[in-house]
Design a protein around this ligand. Structure first.
Ligand code: DAH
Length: 376
């Protein structure tokens, strides 16, 4: 219904007035239902409820009605006005809510960020390789035996057939430890001479301890590895450090021979370097083995043909080894007539360098993450 609609009173009021009001309400409600936005609401309000709107126009017709009809007609108009106002407010709220919802959807902002991944650490390559080595020897029946870092001169040298002033000591100069600095350790030996203490120069010192602790006075077999840090007075170079880990191996029994050693080391090489491997033995000298050998690993890079890495020899020097010297066996409590032993000693950094093609031992101790992260 428009503002120009004819006044209801022109029809004479009474029932026809009520009919006009009902028609006006129906029309107003229908048009309100079709309103979809704020501008439409505004137009509808002006057309229906404003001073110039349809309801006002109807109200003006009241003067043409007979007196008795005016009061009910006025009340009906008021009711109509109230009904339409309520409907308007409801529609307005609906439209506003829809508009807000549309805006929220349109202006939605994604405030999430991908989370920062925590940096996951890993074991140092020396440590992780040592664990693999321990596991490799454990799979061959070796136990892991721990021995002291601070050793006596006796265990580190003398019992291994290296008497005072033996030239072999020159290669293993080390750090001597003040005698009175050790709690609970005797300062004098049985003869009353001061006990010399050193930071062990090699894990071989533990051989005597393992034989004495596990050998049951030379009656029981022993099969151990002794991993541990050793200390030497060395110039720090690409190949040597003052502190490095060795893994010693010792197997003593009634029927132990050099071929056992070769088999053990070949299997070890397969487990640590993977795939098929080959080892060879070359004659060498150590005071605590007789015979002594150097064990080489066939160069995996060239397959033995010769390359820069193996200095065109086809072989890489892996470790020192041999049959345990009779004097050493005796010092461990065994009778060399009935028992024999094989032993070997390998430097952990050297092994990891061979395995991963690292050309400078100092990389391992620099804590440079760029280096360490290349070991996955
Ligand atoms: N102890 C020797 C070193 O540090 C390595 C070694 C050689 C250990 C021969 C052994 C062995 O057990 O049999 O140079």
């Amino acid at each position: 219904m428009s503002a120009e609609a004819p006044p209801v009173a022109a029809t004479g009021g009474g029932p026809s007035g009520e009919a006009a009001l009902a028609a006006a309400q129906a029309e107003a409600e229908a048009t309100l239902g079709a309103v979809v936005d704020a501008a439409g609401l505004e137009r509808w309000y002006r057309a229906q409820l404003s001073a110039s709107g349809a309801v006002s126009a109807l109200r003006k017709g009241i003067g043409q009605l007979p007196l008795e009809a005016r009061k009910p007609y006025g009340a009906a108009i008021n009711a109509l006005s109230t009904t339409l106002t309520t409907a308007f407010e409801a529609r307005k709220a609906q439209i506003e809510a829809a508009a807000l919802e549309a805006r929220l959807q349109a202006e939605r902002v994604d405030l999430t960020l991908p989370a920062r991944r925590p940096r996951v650490g890993r074991l140092h390559p020396l440590r992780s390789t040592l664990r693999e080595i321990n596991a490799a020897f454990q799979s061959m029946g070796f136990a892991v035996y721990d021995s002291p870092h601070v050793e006596t001169d006796e265990y580190n040298f003398q019992l291994l057939n290296i008497p005072p002033h033996h030239p072999a000591r020159d290669m293993q100069d080390t750090f001597y430890v003040a005698n009175d600095g050790l709690a609970g350790e005797a300062a004098l030996d049985a003869e009353g001479a001061p006990v010399q203490r050193v930071l062990r120069t090699h894990t071989s010192a533990g051989q005597i301890r393992a034989m004495r602790a596990l050998g049951a006075n030379g009656t029981a077999p022993v099969r151990v590895i002794l991993p541990g840090v050793c200390y030497r007075n060395e110039d720090i170079t690409t190949r040597s450090e003052v502190q490095f880990t060795q893994i010693e191996g010792l197997m003593v029994g009634r029927d132990v021979r050099l071929s056992d050693l070769k088999g053990i080391l070949l299997q070890f090489a397969r487990l640590i370097f993977g795939g098929e491997q080959a080892v060879r033995m070359r004659g060498s000298y150590f005071p605590f083995t007789e015979p002594s050998v150097e064990v080489d690993l066939r160069c995996a890079l060239c397959g033995g043909a010769g390359c820069r890495v193996c200095k065109y020899s086809g072989w890489l020097e892996l470790l020192g080894a041999g049959l345990v010297h009779p004097t050493v066996l005796r010092n461990g409590g065994y009778d060399p007539e009935t028992h024999r032993g094989v032993a070997f000693g390998v430097g952990l950094p050297r092994l990891v360098m061979l395995r991963h093609g690292v050309d400078d031992i100092r990389h391992f101790y620099r804590n440079d993450l760029r280096f360490l992260q290349t070991f996955r």
